[in-house]
Design a protein around this ligand. Structure first.
Ligand SMILES: [Cu+2]
Length: 236
């Protein structure tokens, strides 16, 4: 009787709190690292004054081991049936800051319906111009007095560009997902996607210049590891 009860309890715990695993990996660049030129911000003295470091172009950010920063890694598809849950939009607010006349972060994932706060930390005029193809385009001035605005995206969409019409060097990318299984690589090119149920998936790594790569992924109780190597795309 006791054993049966314990057995039932174990089954209850497994079903309700289910196993879930982390998908981890690293994105590496294989090739000759291009010299990233400094951003010329002379057009706006406020931008120059606000940057304590000399910002460089951000289309390929590598560490000393050629780890690639700013790769958006996400679960593209579940092969073990559709994602079982309808995910509520998270209460957590995503942030896109305009700081030092660059976007922080440079690449960002949000969920459908998730609040995204766009901040202006710069004390200068920015113009936030989002260029989605599926969601609604918007184009709003943020004078220095306007420190914050909030937006949401109501449809799933592959990463699209956000730019500033005042400062032509400013660019960011936002991807919109129906589930919470996405991550952006850090300085070392590493990422972790947490809490995936065991099963078969397709994972995609997206980079603004290097393109996309996908891989089939089997997640078991201990998670999974998936690395990607990118090379410089051939000039057309
Ligand atoms: Cu700007």
């Amino acid at each position: 009787m006791k054993i049966k009860l314990i057995g039932t309890l174990i089954v209850f715990v497994l079903v309700n709190f289910g196993y879930s695993g982390d998908v981890e990996g690293k994105i590496t660049f294989d090739g000759k690292a291009p010299k990233m030129k400094p951003l010329r911000m002379d057009a706006d003295p406020v931008c120059v004054a606000n940057s304590d470091i000399k910002p460089r172009k951000e289309w390929l950010v590598l560490d000393e081991n050629y780890g690639v920063k700013n790769v958006l890694v996400f679960i593209k598809e579940s092969k073990s049936g559709s994602f079982a849950d309808n995910y509520d939009s998270p209460k957590e607010v995503a942030i896109l800051d305009q700081n030092g006349c660059v976007y922080v972060p440079h690449v960002l994932g949000v969920m459908v319906g998730q609040q995204l706060d766009i901040l202006n930390s710069d004390g200068t005029l920015h113009n936030i111009h989002a260029l989605p193809k599926v969601n609604k385009e918007f184009n709003k001035a943020m004078p220095r007095s306007k420190k914050q605005m909030s937006v949401t995206f109501d449809k799933v969409e592959a990463p699209f560009k956000v730019k500033c019409d005042v400062h032509p060097w400013m660019g960011a990318f936002v991807g919109v997902f129906e589930h919470p299984y996405f991550a952006v690589t850090d300085d070392s090119g590493s990422y972790t996607i947490s809490g995936l149920a065991p099963g078969k998936y397709v994972v995609e790594a997206w980079h603004e210049k290097l393109g996309s790569k996908t891989a089939d992924l089997t997640v078991d109780d201990s998670g999974a590891t998936q690395n990607f190597t990118f090379t410089k795309p051939k000039k057309k």
